[in-house]
Design a protein around this ligand. Structure first.
Ligand SMILES: O=C[C@H](O)COP(=O)(O)O
Length: 204
């Protein structure tokens, strides 16, 4: 799942379109920076009008009020870096999926009790694929999405998916300076297409 933050909604729309053109139909916009919700509102409306099959969620949500704000603006799912029970309850009230950041078996267990179908392992590169492999031994029902330090390189993706990751979150390694500074949207489409093809092969 590609994820990014930028204050410029026009650039954000180009990024969403470039990922969509590659078949990237699930995207996360991260809530970083002042007025991020206003940028998200524009992106959300754009997706509804231009890319209706896209699922657009929001990340870096740290409290229930912010989760409610973004859900009101059309967020299809909510992601946070840590496990927030207030966010889980607020999301469940609206039946919007919540993917909390978890880094221990206890946190994962509590997240599952709170109704979370997928948990985010953050920062993924600190814990590594072995963490996922070890967790899924005793509880194979657990779905983990590592995020943070994940790269598009074959070795890196192979490690995560072989360990049992259900998907991965790709931020700066996929949407970085070549996009933000050089505005290379064709390159982004190509990179997303390649990453998705790799993930599909590894998961089959
Ligand atoms: O939660 C999002 C992460 O900060 C993204 O990390 P990344 O840029 O290393 O993919």
């Amino acid at each position: 799942m590609p994820l990014f933050y930028h204050a410029d909604a026009d650039l954000g729309k180009q990024i969403l379109s470039a990922c969509h053109a590659a078949g990237g139909h699930i995207m996360e916009f991260t809530n970083r920076g002042d007025f991020a919700h206003e940028t998200f509102r524009e992106l959300s409306l754009y997706v509804r009008q231009e890319l209706p099959e896209m699922v657009l969620g929001v990340g870096s949500i740290n409290d229930a009020a912010t989760a409610a704000l973004f859900m009101q603006l059309g967020a299809d799912f909510i992601v946070s870096a840590s496990l927030r029970e207030d966010v889980a309850l607020t999301c469940n009230r609206r039946k919007v999926p919540y993917l909390p950041g978890c880094a221990t078996l206890s946190e994962i267990g509590r997240a599952e009790e709170l109704g979370c179908e997928i948990v985010k392992l953050f920062p993924g590169s600190v814990y590594g694929p072995e963490f996922i492999k070890a967790i899924r031994g005793p509880q194979p029902w657990t779905s983990i999405m590592p995020t943070g330090g994940v790269t598009t390189e074959l070795d890196n993706l192979t490690g995560w998916f072989k360990a049992g990751a259900v998907c991965v979150g790709l931020g700066s390694q996929l949407i970085g300076s070549s996009v933000f500074k050089d505005r290379d949207m064709d390159g982004l489409t190509e990179n997303v297409r390649n990453a998705l093809a790799t993930a599909k092969t590894l998961r089959s």
